[in-house]
Design a protein around this ligand. Structure first.
Ligand code: ZN
Ligand code: ZN
Length: 421
């Protein structure tokens, strides 16, 4: 019997990986423009790291984590907790007062698989640790917007403030009073959330809950003086950078650790409205995890959803491989020469391929086409005797002779590198 991949775990195949790389490369480029450094983290962490940071009563910790119960370790469901764990463990706050970090990699959650949502999924996560300046919030949102816009995606930014430990309890009390009045109409999940995580009722997807919360008290009207001016400064920063956004008083995000600014990058291109990324401020989290009293903010973007959107936009046909040269050697002697020649070319930086199995010219030309070869060098018996191969430019169909020696290879390699750069 054939062994198949686990449900919710997907292979990313050749061709698809080109698009993944394109997204990752652009992300790295943009993160560098904003002066972020990469951090790479282990996939396994102690379970308590996530229980303490994400929150015991969140859906993630309650039912979605891949945990080895006997060993008390968990495959990370998100990256922020691990970034902070490493930040504290290595005293990164001593090295730089403000750390700007990013990481890209797989995360794991045991959810029902659906389009754009897998159990192993991939995120780009960015975190700024050490500043509570509202400009950092604006800059982070600007960076996310820049990435999405340079990927050619049409996405809107939604934003909210969740207040702080000073002002949120007052809001929570008013919200609970409101929910108490309407409790019979809430969905079963929200009935439970009333006692565990009442803010989550605000972003419940159930149509009846959505209707009810329209009348709920607004967090934005409960912000304390400091949260109000911070929120105002964030919006001024966004205006200054020309970043469009809309306020969404129902956005609470799923995790316990958020405070003040929260935001999501939202699209309607995947059917219903959905977030391709989001994040927010978590000023108490570093201290909560045993570190210094240091504010932080970050966001994550889901690679799978970005890839889906890119595929919708570009279509699969654009994603073809490309090599510089395919060497078609006909017959044993030509094939033998081609074998050493492509090695010489590869040493000089040329992406080169050949048919190793001695097929005919027609079959080899097909292979060259599939490989996306920009040039094909044909070496038959006649060419071998004369010491010149026929070099064909596949785009223009122009042909010229190329000496089958080191000098010829060097000239070709140079012509390729000038075309590329
Ligand atoms: Zn406040
Ligand atoms: Zn609900």
């Amino acid at each position: 019997m054939k062994v198949k991949a686990l449900n919710g775990f997907k292979d990313i195949l050749p061709g698809e990986t080109d698009l993944w790389r394109k997204v990752e490369d652009l992300a790295r480029d943009i993160f560098a423009r904003f002066n972020f450094s990469e951090i790479r983290l282990p996939i396994l962490e102690k379970t308590e790291l996530f229980a303490r940071s994400i929150g015991e009563t969140t859906d993630i910790v309650e039912k979605e984590m891949y945990t080895f119960v006997d060993k008390k370790i968990t495959m990370r469901p998100e990256a922020t907790a691990s970034v902070i764990r490493a930040y504290i463990e290595h005293g990164l706050y001593v090295k730089k007062p403000v750390q700007r970090l990013f990481t890209i990699g797989p995360m794991f959650r045991h959810e029902r698989p659906q389009q754009g949502r897998t159990r192993q999924f991939h995120q780009m996560s960015v975190e700024v640790l050490g500043s509570d300046n509202a400009r950092v919030d604006a800059e982070l949102m600007a960076m996310g917007s820049m990435l999405l816009s340079e990927l050619g995606l049409d996405i809107s930014l939604e934003m909210n403030s969740l207040g702080c430990p000073e002002c949120r309890p007052g809001f929570r009390t008013n919200l609970l009073a409101f929910l108490e009045e309407r409790k019979e109409e809430l969905c079963d999940d929200c009935k439970r959330r009333r006692s565990t995580n009442p803010l989550r009722v605000l972003d419940c997807k159930n149509p009846s809950c959505r209707q009810i919360v329209q009348d709920a008290p607004s967090i934005q009207e409960h912000l304390c003086q400091e949260c109000t001016s911070h929120f105002k400064a964030v919006r001024e920063g966004l205006d200054q950078l020309g970043i469009g956004y809309s306020l969404n008083k129902f956005m609470v995000r799923g995790l316990d650790y958020y405070c003040r600014t929260t935001f999501e990058f939202v699209t309607t291109d995947l059917g219903s409205q959905s977030a391709v990324g989001g994040g927010g401020r978590y000023d108490g989290l570093v201290e909560e995890l045993g570190g210094p009293k240091v504010p932080g903010i970050g966001f994550a973007m889901g690679m799978e959803r970005l890839i889906l959107l890119m595929l919708q936009k570009e279509g699969k046909e654009d994603l073809h491989a490309e090599i510089d040269l395919f060497v078609a050697g006909l017959g044993d002697d030509a094939s033998r020469l081609a074998f050493s020649m492509i090695h010489t070319l590869r040493k000089q930086g040329v992406d080169a391929a050949m048919d190793l199995d001695g097929r005919g010219l027609k079959s080899q030309m097909k292979q060259a086409d599939k490989a996306g070869a920009r040039y094909v060098l044909i070496i038959g018996g006649d060419e071998l005797a004369k010491g010149f191969g026929v070099l064909r430019n596949m785009a223009t169909q122009e042909q010229r002779e190329l000496p089958l020696n080191d000098e010829g290879m060097r000239v070709f390699a140079e012509s390729i590198s000038t075309v590329v750069s």
